[in-house]
Design a protein around this ligand. Sequence first.
Ligand code: FES
Length: 67
Amino acid sequence: MCDEKVNRCECVHKTFEQLKAYADFDTAQAATGCAAECEGCTPYIKLMFASGETEFDIEDPRLSLYE
Ligand code: FES
């Protein structure tokens, strides 16, 4: 079991805590470029805006809603 947590966009070096300051996914993406490079963080950031949480299991089952 991997207990590594996902809590940032690695490509633009922004934590989900920082990205949460924006109004929504589209605003955060436009302002920072997050979720626009490898896009690996995209479902996590969408889940972050939906749940208010800023740290996720790498295989959080809720991610399937945002893929
Ligand atoms: S980790 Fe966010 S775009 Fe690559």
